[in-house]
Design a protein around this ligand. Structure first.
Ligand SMILES: [Fe+2]
Length: 378
């Protein structure tokens, strides 16, 4: 099956389409990242909503990581305003927060713990039909949250996932003016995450021809445009913005694998995309050495890029990391702290829902070894 709920609007200046989208609505709530306010995109969006004849209420100053506590704090204000359209204007965490807010706003009777996944052994209850329309306008190019039906949310320091088509945005507006504001490091980390999304989505057990098309185009775009995008090239940054959503569509259908399981559990060490970039070559080697299917799939990606085989692909990934100054894992965390949490990370990565889609079923001991190799930089 190939599935996409979100209508995608793209192009320079396409933020303006919010005017048309807001037309049938009376009260529009915008959740915006701080940088969107700073660069004037929030007030631009508010103007479009007003021009459409709707009332607008904006929330900014959200914490970096979405949490149930944040949602509970904002919910009374939102309930008072009674929006009939939710707009998320910002990075992945602003979009994830808006998705979770939609759940609690539309279905206040739901018990969070019952509908959320903690790991792959959880059996959450289905989420009922939710009615409020949601528009996502991403300001970074990486997370794919603008098309996915997933929201990662913390409660009491523990990360939960809500996964349901009900929270997939109805519309995504991809205006390349927004990601132009990303600092180089954010563009690098999220851009490398796009590569990992593409490569992992292409090699899961449930990949199909349709998700492959999205994954391959995203992978090629990263190799062709990421570095130019980091130099501030406008066209390259636009291409990367679209590639991020394409990779999102790929993994929304084909899911992800061991690399993401490992980076999720190591999230305390550093930025998501950066950890993925560090772990990817180790995970690829691990998969390729144990699975004919993984080798064949990496060979296919390699040929699409004009490379010889899977070994050359892994080398190309390593070289891209080097050229974009990806640090070593040991530069991000000291040995003692890392070793103290190693067993726990490996055990939790083993329990991550994504492991079921990886071409190889990794055991906790093997995951531990991969973490260690990444730390030693072998
Ligand atoms: Fe990711």
């Amino acid at each position: 099956m190939f599935w996409l709920k979100t209508r995608i609007i793209e192009g320079k200046g396409s933020l303006e389409k919010l005017r048309k989208e807001a037309k049938e609505h009376e009260r529009v709530l915008i959740l915006a990242g701080n940088s969107m306010k700073r660069h004037g995109f929030l007030s631009e969006a508010e103007d479009y909503v007003k021009e459409a004849g709707a009332e607008v209420f904006s929330i900014t100053g959200l914490p970096a990581e979405p949490s149930v506590e944040t949602i509970e704090e904002f919910l009374p204000k939102v309930g008072e305003f009674k929006p009939d359209l939710l707009v998320a204007l910002g990075g992945g965490s602003v979009i994830d927060t808006t998705k979770a807010l939609k759940v609690f706003y539309d279905a206040p009777e739901l018990n969070f713990e019952e509908i959320a996944f903690l790991d792959r052994f959880s059996k959450p209850k289905p989420v009922p039909k939710l009615k409020t329309k949601l528009i996502a306008i991403p300001s970074t190019s990486g997370a794919g949250s603008e098309v996915s039906g997933a929201s990662v949310l913390k409660k009491g320091g523990i990360k939960y996932n809500i996964v349901t088509p009900e929270i997939a945005p109805d519309v995504a507006i991809l205006d390349p003016r927004l990601p132009m504001t990303m600092p180089r490091e954010v563009a690098r980390n999220s851009g490398l995450d796009v590569l990992v999304h593409g490569i992992e989505a292409y090699t899961t057990k449930v990949a199909n021809d349709f998700s492959d098309a999205m994954a391959i185009r995203a992978i090629k775009t990263v190799f062709n445009y990421l570095e130019k995008s980091l130099e501030g090239d406008e066209e390259a940054r636009e291409k990367m913005h679209y590639a991020a959503t394409m990779a999102g569509i790929a993994f929304l259908n084909a899911r992800l694998g061991l690399c993401h399981a490992m980076s999720h559990k190591a999230a305390w060490i550093g930025p998501h995309g950066l950890l993925n970039a560090i772990f990817l070559p180790y995970v690829m080697e691990f998969n390729a050495e144990r699975s004919d299917y993984a080798r064949r799939r990496y060979d296919e990606i390699a040929r699409e890029l004009g490379l010889k085989d899977w070994r050359a692909l892994i080398e190309a990934v390593r070289e891209l990391n080097e050229r974009t100054d990806v640090p070593k894992l040991s530069e991000l965390v000291d040995e003692e702290t890392f070793m103290a949490r190693l067993d726990e990370m490996a055990e939790k990565a083993y329990r991550d829902g994504l492991l079921a889609f990886n071409p190889v079923e990794a055991k906790p001991e093997e995951i531990k070894e991969l973490y260690l190799r990444a730390f030693r930089g072998e």
